[in-house]
Ligand binder design. Structure first.
Ligand code: ANZ
Ligand code: ZN
Length: 877
C-alpha cells in the first residue's frame, strides 16, 4: 500500500500533496462562504440535481460514495456552467431498523437514528460534496412529518385515500404485520412462527386511479433508462381482456377474467381463488375444502411465492357449461395460484397455452387441447406435453375462430359473446385491467409518521383538525413487549373525538416509509415552509433535472413519487406531473471475496495479496496463512468484502476515492474496487500536483518575446479540445470517459513542459498557463479539493468552484486538415489530405502527384485543374 506523504500542505508548494490538510481546509472555506447554498432570488437558470437520500444506518458505504460523487460532479459542473444549482441532502430516517435496535439495545429509536445521522453527516462532509446543508432534514423530524400529515389530510379530502380491509401476513408471536419479504417459508423472519393471514382494515392511497396516467407519463420520460420505463410499464401491467360469464350446471354463474379469450376452445377447467366468495360458500359444508383454503392462506400474499409454489387445487362438486362448445362442461377447482385481487378472482384454464395451467392440468389429469398452431407446425401432429406454447399462431380446433390470428380471434370471440346474454347480462364484457394495486400504507409500527385520524363510535373516521397537527410520536414508549407500542400507549391512543367530544380512539398505525420518500424532493425546494411546499418554489425547481440512484428503486420508489407528484398537483401543492426529468441508475461497487480454510469470509483489510510468478496469492495479514480468493461480488457485510470509506479517506483522501469510483467503468456498470485501482488514483492526484507546481515554475521564468509557434498552438488546441470533450462527457454522465480525457490532457502538458527550453518564448508560457489553468478547472468537479489547492498554486485568488467553466474556442475544435476528392474528367480517382485553406498551387501540385492521376495524364500536362477550396479537385485531361 502506498503510504501517503507526511509533509504539510500548509506549505503551499510542498513536494507531495497532502489531502489530510487540504481537504478539511477547503471544506471549511466552502462552508464559511456558503458556496453551495442555493438562493431563491438568483436569476440564473435553475438546475436541480438529487441523489437518492440515504437511510441512516450509521455508516456510509462505497455505494453511497459512488452515487453521491456522481451527483456532485453534475452539481459542480452545472454550477460552473452558470446554473443556479440546487443540490440538497437529507435522511430517509423512519423504519424498522431503528425499532430493532431499540429492542436489541434498549436505545430509543430517535436517539439511535439521530446519532447515526450525525455520524453519517460527518462522513459525507468529509467527501467534500457541494451540498446545500442549509436544507437538510430527516423524515423523522417533527417538522417534516407534520407536513406529511397535512398532505395526508389533503389527499383524504380530495378522494385520494380510502380504507379497505385487506389480507396481511400476521406474526402471532411478534404480534405484528409482516411484509411479504419478511415471510420466509411461511414463517416470520424473526420469530419463526407460522404466519397467519389476517383481515385488517387499512389505509390505502388510490394509486390505481392514476394507472393510465402513470403509464402514459412514461412516454414523456426520455431521459430515463429504457429498462426502468419497461419495469414500470410491467408493474402497472395494463392488459386488455374479457370478463366471461360461465353458467354453473346447477344454477348461477361464475365470471372469469382472461386476456386470451382466443383460447376459449382449449379450456379444460375453471379455477377459483381460495378467497373467492363461491369457495367460501362451498367450504361451509366441505371440511376438506375448508382445510385447503386455510392452507392457501398460509402461503402468504407474495406474488413470487404464488408463482413459485407447486400448483395445487381442490376439485369442487361444481361444473360449468362451456360457452361455445355445445354440450361440453368443465370442472371447477379452487386453486392456489389464482389471486382474488386480480381480475375477478376466477379463471378458465387453457393448459396448452399457459404454463401454470399446464402444470396444473398435468398434476390433476386434465386434458390438454392445443388451439393455437405455431407457424410451420401441422395441425395433425402439433402437441403440447410439458411446455405450454405461448407464442403467435393461427387458431385451430376452434370452430368459428379457425384460421384467425390471435388478435383477430380475440376480437371475434369478444364480439360474439358480447352479443349473447346469460340471466339478462351480456355473456362477456371487455375490460382493461391493471396489475397495479392501491398502495396500502398502514404499518403497525412506532417509528413512522402517525396517520392523523381518530376513530369515533359516533362520528366514524374523523380527520385530526389541521390546527391540532402534528400528531406527535410519544417519547415514553417501551419495546420490551411485542407489538406496536402506540397501540398500548394510554394517552396517545385514548383521545376525545374532535367532532363530538365523546371518548374515541386515535389511529395507531403509522405510514409506510415509502410515503416519506415520495415527496422529499419537493420539500427540499422549501424545507422550512409552514405548508408542505411553497408552490411557486416547487414549480421553479421541479422536476428534478437529474436524479441518481440505485436500480433497486426502479419500481416502487419511483412509482410512488410519480403518484405523489400527481396527487400533490391535484391538491395545489405544485404544478408538475413528473418529479424526475432525468434519471440515472448507477452500477454497484464490487470487490473480490476471501475465505479462510474454515470457509469463513475474511475482510479485505485482513488480507495481504502477494504475486508470485504472475499468480496472486492471498494471505491472512496477521497469521500469514493462505486464503482462498473468491468471486467478485457486490460489497456486502454478509460476505465481508467491504472497504470502509472512512479508512480510504483517512489513507488517501476524498479526492482519490472520488477519482477512483468515477474512473474505472462506465457509471451504469459495476465498478470493482481494487487496491491497485485506488493506488493508481492516488498517483494521479500526486501527478497533477507535481504538474501544476512544475508549470508554475515555468510560468515564473523570464519570458522571451516571440511570435507564432506551432508547438504552443498545438498545446492550446489540446487544451481546448479537452475542455470540449470533458464538458460533453460530464453533461452526458460519461464520467469514465471524462477521466480518460483528463489523463491524456495531463500527459500532453507534461510533454510540453519537458520540451520547454530554459528561457521559453512568451507564447509558450502563455499556452502553458492556459493549459494548466484548464486542467485544474476540468478536474475540479471530480477532485474539488485538489483543484482548489492547485488553483492557489497558479496564483488565482478566487475559488475554482466559483469560476465559470472555460469555453472551448471552436476554431481549435475543427480539424486543421481536410481530405479532398480528386477527379479526372469527372471520375473520382483518389483523395488527398491537405492543410485547410492551403494555397491552390499546393493543392494542385499534390493532386497531380497522385499516382492514379499521373498514370492517366502520362506525359501530357493537364488541360485544366480546378480547385474548389476545401471541397474537391477537378483535373481535365
Ligand atoms: C385464459 C388463458 C389462456 C390465460 C391462456 C392465459 C393464457 P395478464 O395478461 O398478466 O393480465 N388470470 C386472470 N385472473 C387471474 C387471477 N386472479 N389470478 C391468477 N391468474 C389470473 O394475465 C391475465 C391472465 O392471467 C388471464 O388470461 C388468466 O389466464 C390469468 F392460454 O385466461 B388467462
Ligand atoms: Zn365523534
Amino acid at each position: 500500500m502506498v503510504e501517503p506523504q507526511e509533509k504539510s500542505a500548509g506549505d503551499a508548494r510542498a513536494e507531495r500533496y497532502n489531502p489530510r490538510e487540504s481537504e478539511p481546509f477547503w471544506q471549511g472555506v466552502w462552508s464559511e462562504r456558503e458556496s453551495f447554498a442555493s438562493r431563491e432570488n438568483d436569476t440564473r437558470e435553475p438546475y436541480y440535481v438529487l441523489e437518492m437520500f440515504p437511510y441512516p444506518s450509521g455508516r456510509i458505504h462505497m455505494g453511497h460514495v459512488r452515487n453521491y460523487t456522481m451527483g456532485d460532479v453534475v452539481a459542480r459542473f452545472q454550477r460552473a456552467k452558470g446554473k443556479n444549482v440546487l443540490h440538497p441532502m437529507g435522511w430517509d430516517a423512519f423504519g424498522m431498523p431503528a425499532e430493532n435496535a431499540a429492542m436489541a439495545n434498549r436505545v430509543h429509536p430517535r436517539e439511535w437514528t439521530y446519532a447515526n445521522i450525525a455520524a453519517m453527516r460527518k462522513q459525507l462532509q468529509s467527501m467534500g460534496f457541494s451540498l446545500d446543508w442549509g436544507r437538510e432534514f430527516a423524515t423523522c423530524d417533527e417538522d417534516y412529518y407534520h407536513r406529511q400529515q397535512m398532505l395526508f389530510l389533503d389527499f383524504l379530502e380530495n378522494g385520494l385515500v380510502t380504507r379497505k380491509t385487506s389480507k396481511v401476513n400476521w406474526d402471532p408471536v411478534d404480534q405484528t404485520v409482516l411484509a411479504n419479504e419478511q415471510v420466509i417459508d411461511g414463517r416470520g423472519w424473526r420469530s419463526g412462527a407460522l404466519v397467519e393471514q389476517r383481515e385488517l382494515t387499512q389505509w390505502f392511497f388510490k394509486i390505481s386511479d392514476f394507472a393510465e396516467d402513470l403509464l402514459a407519463g412514461l412516454d414523456t420520460l426520455e431521459n430515463w433508462p429504457e429498462k426502468v420505463r419497461l419495469m414500470q410499464r410491467n408493474w402497472i401491467g395494463r392488459s386488455e381482456g374479457l370478463r366471461i360469464l360461465f353458467e354453473i350446471v346447477d344454477g348461477g354463474t361464475v365470471e372469469v377474467f382472461t386476456t386470451r379469450p382466443d383460447t376459449l376452445f382449449g379450456a379444460s377447467f375453471i379455477a377459483l381463488s381460495a378467497d373467492h366468495p363461491l369457495a367460501a360458500e362451498l367450504s361451509k359444508s366441505d371440511h376438506a375444502l375448508k382445510a385447503f383454503v386455510a392452507e392457501c392462506r398460509r402461503m402468504g400474499t407474495a406474488a413470487e411465492a404464488i408463482e413459485t409454489a407447486e400448483k395445487k387445487g381442490y376439485r369442487t362438486p361444481l361444473t360449468v357449461r362451456h360457452p361455445v362448445i355445445e354440450g361440453a362442461t368443465l370442472p371447477v377447482y379452487v386453486a392456489n395460484f389464482v389471486l382474488m385481487e386480480y381480475g375477478t378472482g376466477a379463471i378458465f384454464g387453457c393448459p396448452a397455452h399457459d404454463q401454470r395451467d399446464l402444470d396444473f392440468a398435468n398434476a390433476y389429469g386434465l386434458p390438454v387441447f392445443p388451439v393455437v398452431l405455431p407457424e410451420g407446425e401441422s395441425a395433425e401432429t402439433f402437441a403440447v406435453t410439458t411446455e405450454a406454447y405461448t407464442g403467435p399462431g393461427i387458431a385451430f380446433n376452434s370452430g368459428f375462430l379457425d384460421g384467425l390470428a390471435i388478435d383477430d380471434a380475440k376480437e371475434k370471440i369478444a364480439s360474439v359473446l358480447e352479443a349473447r346474454t346469460i340471466e339478462g347480462a351480456p355473456q362477456a364484457t371487455r375490460q382493461v385491467n391493471y396489475r397495479l394495486r392501491d398502495w396500502g400504507i398502514s404499518r403497525q409500527r412506532y417509528w413512522g409518521c402517525p396517520i392523523p385520524v381518530i376513530h369515533c363510535e359516533v362520528c366514524g373516521v374523523v380527520p385530526v383538525p389541521k390546527k391540532d397537527l402534528p400528531v406527535r410520536l410519544p417519547e415514553d414508549v417501551e419495546f420490551d413487549t411485542p407489538g406496536n407500542p402506540l397501540d398500548r400507549h394510554p394517552t396517545f391512543r385514548n383521545v376525545d373525538c374532535p367532532q363530538c367530544g365523546a371518548p374515541a380512539r386515535r389511529e395507531t398505525d403509522t405510514m409506510d416509509t415509502f410515503v416519506d420518500s415520495s415527496w422529499y424532493f419537493a420539500r427540499f425546494t422549501a424545507p422550512h415552509a409552514d405548508a408542505p411546499t411553497i408552490p411557486s418554489l416547487a414549480d421553479k425547481w421541479l422536476p428534478v433535472d437529474q436524479y441518481i440512484g440505485g436500480i433497486e428503486h426502479a419500481i416502487l420508489h419511483l412509482l410512488y413519487s410519480r403518484f405523489f407528484t400527481r396527487a400533490m398537483q391535484k391538491c395545489g401543492h405544485l404544478d408538475v406531473a413528473e418529479p424526475f426529468k432525468g434519471l440515472f441508475t448507477q452500477g454497484m461497487v464490487t470487490h473480490e471475496t476471501y475465505r479462510d480454510a474454515k470457509g469463513e469470509w475474511v475482510a479485505p483489510a485482513d488480507v495481504r495479496i502477494e504475486t508470485s510468478e504472475g499468480v496472486r496469492i492471498a494471505r491472512h495479514l496477521a497469521t500469514g496463512t493462505e486464503i482462498a480468493i473468491g468471486s467478485v461480488e457486490k460489497m456486502s457485510k454478509s460476505k465481508k468484502n467491504v472497504v470502509d470509506p472512512d479508512e480510504m479517506i483517512a489513507t488517501y483522501g476524498a479526492d482519490t476515492a472520488r477519482w477512483f469510483v468515477l474512473s474505472d467503468s462506465p457509471p451504469e456498470r459495476d465498478v470493482q474496487w481494487t487496491e491497485a485501482g485506488i493506488e493508481g488514483a492516488w498517483r494521479f492526484v500526486q501527478r497533477v500536483w507535481k504538474l501544476v507546481n512544475d508549470a508554475r515554475a515555468v510560468i515564473e521564468l523570464p519570458a522571451q518575446p516571440g511570435g507564432g509557434d506551432a508547438v504552443a498552438s498545438e498545446m492550446l488546441k489540446v487544451a481546448h479540445r479537452a475542455t470540449a470533450h470533458v464538458g460533453s462527457d460530464i453533461a452526458g454522465l460519461r464520467f469514465n470517459r471524462a477521466v480518460a480525457q483528463i489523463h491524456e490532457f495531463a500527459n500532453a502538458i507534461s510533454r510540453f513542459i519537458n520540451e520547454m527550453d530554459p528561457s521559453p518564448a512568451e507564447v509558450r508560457i502563455e499556452a502553458l498557463r492556459v493549459a494548466v489553468t484548464r486542467l485544474v478547472q476540468l478536474i475540479a468537479p471530480m477532485m474539488p479539493h485538489l483543484a482548489e489547492s492547485c488553483w492557489r498554486i497558479l496564483g488565482y485568488e478566487s475559488l475554482v468552484c466559483d469560476t465559470p467553466w472555460p469555453e472551448a474556442d471552436p476554431s481549435y475544435l475543427v480539424d486543421d486538415t481536410v481530405v479532398l476528392a480528386v477527379q479526372v474528367n469527372g471520375k473520382r480517382r483518389g483523395e488527398i489530405e491537405v492543410a485547410k485553406d492551403a494555397p491552390n498551387a499546393d493543392v494542385e501540385a499534390k493532386a497531380l502527384s497522385l499516382e492514379a492521376v499521373a498514370r492517366i495524364l502520362g506525359t501530357n500536362p493537364p488541360r485544366k485543374v480546378i480547385v474548389v477550396p476545401n471541397r474537391i479537385v477537378n483535373v481535365v485531361a
